[in-house]
Write a new protein. Structure first.
Length: 285
């Protein structure tokens, strides 16, 4: 069979267009049939025609579960909404809860593990001198954060339902947005697992932030005065403040990873995120 020979879908029998083929382990799948598969399914290329037929039967039966789903609670993120039917012990993750999207309905007992993942990107800050891009000495960095949910489930068709909580990077200065992502992530974990955040004693994170800011301001003023009245003072203060705040936040992230992810706020509440979900205080450094 040649590369450009006509191909037919082994599921529906329809002719497949030039760019419409989705290869299976032992056959071909048209894009229209592929759209009916679960959005969390990632093993299509290594599936047989029989595997796909069985999943499409499951997906068709899933529509009845969607129609019978009664929303008792919903947790909205900037990507997906987590819908819960607590009377039947079911949940789903979708953009819309309708038979057109046909989101997979799972039992809460199918959840194996649920965690929030925070990825940090470090970007060096520079300035222009004599037409050239120059690094600060010592280097100064700004940080961006990405929050995502890692949900492991028991299903014959997929093992995880991972998704990002927001669309764009969150800059380190946007503490309100970071706190909101922490709140939503912890709410999802509690709703899907029934587990509240564990407690661990520790100092409030704002102490580390304050120390970092104080250090940065002192270092920056000293640097600036030594370098010159106008240029040196402005550059030094900015550099010192950024360096101190960044060091404080970086140390907070490191301690968060080392501490097992749990801490006790000064208000007495246990948390797993960067900020207390009860009083809003930052995590200890």
């Amino acid at each position: 069979m040649g590369l450009f020979d006509k191909k037919y879908c082994d599921i529906c029998g329809e002719k497949i267009g030039l760019l419409g083929n989705r290869k299976l382990d032992d056959g071909n799948l048209c894009k229209e049939c592929a759209k009916k598969l679960s959005p969390w399914f990632e093993e299509r290329r290594h599936s047989t025609v029989e595997d796909i037929k069985q999943q499409l039967e499951y997906r068709e039966a899933n529509k009845e579960k969607v129609q019978n789903f009664r929303i008792t609670r919903r947790i909205t993120t900037k990507k997906y909404t987590v819908f819960l039917d607590e009377t039947q012990g079911n949940f789903t993750i979708a953009h819309n809860l309708d038979t057109k999207e046909n989101p997979d309905i799972l039992s809460l007992s199918d959840v194996v593990q649920c965690n929030m993942d925070v990825k940090q990107d470090r970007i060096e800050e520079t300035y222009t001198k004599d037409g050239k891009t120059v690094s600060y000495q010592p280097p100064v960095y700004k940080y961006e954060y990405y929050y995502s949910m890692k949900i492991q489930v028991r299903s014959p068709w997929f093992d995880d339902m991972d998704f990002q909580l927001h669309s764009f990077a969150i800059e380190q200065e946007n503490r309100a947005e970071m706190m909101e992502m922490e709140r939503v992530g912890n709410e999802i974990i509690a709703a899907l697992t029934g587990q509240a955040p564990r407690m661990q004693s520790g100092m409030p994170m704002n102490q580390g932030m304050n120390q970092g800011m104080s250090y940065g301001m002192n270092q920056g003023m000293s640097y600036g005065m030594n370098q010159g009245v106008n240029y040196g003072m402005n550059q030094g203060m900015n550099q010192g403040m950024n360096r101190g705040m960044n060091q404080g936040m970086q140390q907070d992230m490191n301690n968060m990873q080392q501490s097992g992810g749990t801490w006790r706020c000064q208000c007495g509440a246990e948390n797993t995120g960067r900020f207390c979900e009860y009083c809003g205080s930052p995590r200890p450094f």
